[in-house]
Write a protein that binds this ligand. Structure first.
Ligand code: 5GP
Length: 253
């Protein structure tokens, strides 16, 4: 697989063309940013941890019937994915009140949300990702009614699957953000599902296990990401190294 031209460089990931026009590779870099890029750092191997968790969740979702852009990993920080036509919306699902919903509405941090709250933001850093409603989405011509319904149903299914899986690890899924794209008439989950796009709390201690550790200087970010990746994807980081060693041995025989 030849790494092609850089197609897009985001705040923490870079997307490259491949020799197949229907596929791109996504490199999870070690950059970490917060508050629309106002705070930024480089953390060794942070990209590896996010890539491992994202790959694990994409595989988990596929096994459970949720279509995603994921194909397979190319190396520890690079994912081969289907080249979607991305929809500039961020679908956010919240099980527990934290972050902007506490700042903007009279919820108490940690309050269990009934019903589960889903909001949609327009993805545009220069406008600080403003929240949109259905009328704004349709007036902007971003998706059809059917596509929006599909995205909402998929987001709820992802929430059920991830929340249940994480609960088994004693992790509360507080909230998360999904992005979607079009692929051959279908809607697929794209982007990433990682510590950068989810809010995770230890179920007992309520300690943050995600980017809030970085945003609010709550502790050792790298150690947190490493421990969470190992907790969510037991053995996957080591297994990948071992498989790579076997592949390279076979390749040289
Ligand atoms: P909040 O609205 O509280 O800032 O974010 C809610 C959830 O969605 C959090 O898990 C947060 O990480 C995620 N989220 C919201 N906006 C973005 C975004 O622009 N990029 C990423 N990676 N995650 C986001």
């Amino acid at each position: 697989m030849k790494k092609g031209a850089l197609l897009y460089r985001g705040k923490a990931k870079s997307v490259y063309l491949t020799d197949n026009p229907e596929e791109v590779s996504v490199e999870f870099r070690d950059d970490i940013t917060a508050f629309d890029g106002v705070k930024s750092d480089v953390l060794a191997d942070k990209g590896v941890y996010n890539a491992a968790v994202s790959a694990f969740f994409f595989e988990y979702l596929e096994i459970h019937g949720v279509k995603t852009h994921y194909i397979h990993m190319l190396d520890r920080r690079t994912m081969l994915v289907r080249k979607l036509q991305m929809i500039p919306l961020e679908v956010i699902v919240r099980n527990i009140a934290a972050g902007s919903i506490v700042r903007n509405y009279p919820f108490t941090e940690g309050q269990v949300l009934r019903p589960t709250v889903m909001v949609i933001d327009y993805k545009d850093d220069s406008r600080h990702d403003p929240m949109v409603n259905d009328d704004i989405i349709f007036a902007l011509g971003l998706v059809t009614r059917e596509e929006l319904l599909t995205m909402r149903k998929m987001a709820l299914k992802v929430n059920d699957l991830l929340r249940t899986y994480l609960a088994g690890l004693n992790i509360s899924l507080v909230d998360f953000k999904l992005e979607f794209g079009r692929w051959k008439g279908d809607i697929l989950v794209g982007d990433e599902i990682s510590m950068d796009s989810m809010r995770l709390w230890d179920a007992q201690s309520r300690d943050s296990l995600d980017k809030d550790v970085y945003r609010f200087d709550k502790g050792d970010v790298r150690a947190t990401y490493a421990a969470v990746a190992e907790r969510i994807t037991p053995g996957a980081l080591h297994r990948f190294e071992a498989e790579k060693a076997v592949f390279s041995r076979e390749g040289s025989e």
